[in-house]
Design a protein around this ligand. Structure first.
Ligand code: BGC
Length: 453
């Protein structure tokens, strides 16, 4: 069947279609950057920071007890109560709090007051106001960790820009907000990245899990490194524990210009309208916060040039961020030749009465953006697996893009296989409740460590 897609559209998205050779180049460049992040003498100028998480113990399955958890990092904010009852029984109660968007760019004090208020509401609802439960705080932004319960915010990502937080210890800011209220007794024992929670949560059931990946609003991965290689950890040569989870913060890959060969003019437009231009280059090519906007930019460009929708533009699609990343999953969920989801998306965007070639074009653009995301993510995972030099690994994954895109898992698997050395086995597993169960497991580690002092 001849392609229904206009050659001009094919040309416009060409930049998103990265081949095997480029992928191999991405792996090579990323390998270099990860090594720079880990090494003490190059860490300061490295873009992939490879932060030490201070989590050195993977779950044994024997962790028990009740923990509170906070989850801040994407589009939702949640408070959770996790009861680790046995290795097969974990009870989780959680509540999502409506996160006012104005908080994302307000003052740090307003943000932490809101977190404390939600936590207090949750504790009162569950009769926990007088219990001093240990709390694990999943805070999904780049943190320079100086201990399990001390993390300095390096930069905001994913559209956040609250004042007065960068450079501060986030645990102190939370604790101060809790103390200002004075109506609950909370003991924040650990702060962790969502990738770390994801790894820990998956490792609870899959002991061979060594990598945690998030492809959601943002993107990042962590992995289990040998402590001796985690040179930015003070005890890297003396620690009795052989492993250290490293929070790569791979979203910043390319901030020094090494990824220009996989970027397009549309990526540059997206970058300019974010609160952190020039930052999180890799993340902006991969994650859910940006994929929909990339599709929208290609579409409005094609409309303006008269190659789609007869050149007729709707008001809605002219609005920034109006093409949600979830639409990409919708459009790609239609079977070939069918357009049920596509029609729904088009009608939500106020685009009516378009023909099959337009719908094929939209699907083609969505596929170009999502397949580049999956390919780059595959490159990242392969880089980490090669660095670990292992032949078998389980990767725990969470995030809306991975969960809801109909082909993401298969694309990731396909490209990883093509890039990995023959014989390396891996399994991609959805990791449930990283910020609940994962946070509780890290909190349990922290409590144990304290009790040994
Ligand atoms: C943050 C990471 C986080 C990732 C996924 C990125 O923007 O910098 O810390 O793990 O998003 O939530």
């Amino acid at each position: 069947m001849p392609s229904l897609v206009h050659t001009e559209i094919e040309t416009a998205v060409k930049g998103f279609l990265i081949d095997q050779e480029k992928m191999t180049e991405v792996v090579e460049r990323m390998t270099k950057e990860i090594k720079m992040g880990l090494a003490k003498d190059t860490h300061a100028r490295a873009v992939i920071k490879c932060f030490v998480s201070h989590v050195q113990d993977l779950p044994t399955g024997k962790e028990r007890g009740k923990y509170l958890a906070l989850d801040l990092g994407g589009s939702n904010f949640r408070v959770l109560l996790v009861n680790l009852i046995s290795s097969s029984d974990v009870e989780i109660m959680s509540k999502g709090y409506n996160f006012p968007l104005t908080l994302m760019s307000g003052s740090g004090k307003a943000l932490f007051d809101f977190l404390a208020e939600s936590l207090s509401e949750f504790c009162h609802t569950h009769g926990l106001e007088n219990e001093s439960l240990p709390l694990g705080f999943t805070f999904s932004f780049p943190l320079q960790q100086q201990g399990l319960s001390k993390g300095i915010l390096v930069a905001w990502t994913k559209g956040f820009s609250c004042e007065g937080v960068v450079g501060k210890n986030v645990v102190t800011l939370l604790q101060e907000a809790i103390d200002r209220r004075g109506d609950i007794k909370i003991n924040t024992v650990a702060i962790l990245n969502d990738t770390v929670g994801t790894l820990m949560s998956c490792a609870f059931y899959h002991p061979n899990c060594r990598i945690g990946l998030i492809v959601g609003t943002g993107s990042n991965a962590c992995y289990v490194e040998k402590t001796v290689n985690a040179e930015c950890f003070e005890g890297y040569q003396t620690s009795p524990k052989p492993s250290m989870i490293i929070n790569c913060e791979w979203g910043a890959f390319g901030d020094n210009g090494v990824l220009e060969f996989v970027r397009t003019s549309y990526d540059k437009i997206v970058d300019k309208v974010t609160p952190n231009p020039g930052k999180q280059t890799f993340e902006k090519c991969i994650s859910g916060m940006y994929m929909g906007e990339l599709v929208r930019l290609v579409v409005i460009d094609m409309i303006a040039k008269g190659f789609m929708f007869h050149g007729i533009i709707s008001e809605k699609i002219q609005e920034r961020w109006s093409f949600k990343t979830a639409y990409i999953s919708d459009v790609e969920s239609d079977a070939p030749g069918e357009y049920r989801n596509c029609n729904k998306v088009l009608s939500e965007l106020g685009i009516l009465g378009c023909q099959e070639p337009d719908k094929e074009a939209l699907r083609y653009i969505c596929e170009a953006v999502s397949s580049r995301s999956a390919k780059l993510c595959a490159c990242g995972l392969v880089t980490i697996i090669n660095k670990m030099n292992i032949n078998e690994v389980v990767i725990g994954i969470d995030g809306s893009v991975y969960r809801f895109h109909p082909k993401y898992h298969d694309m990731l698997q396909y490209h990883m296989k093509k890039l990995l050395k023959p014989g390396v086995k891996f399994e991609l597993i959805v990791s449930e409740d990283g910020s609940g169960r994962g946070a509780a497991l890290v909190a349990a580690t922290a409590v144990q460590a304290k009790s040994k002092l």
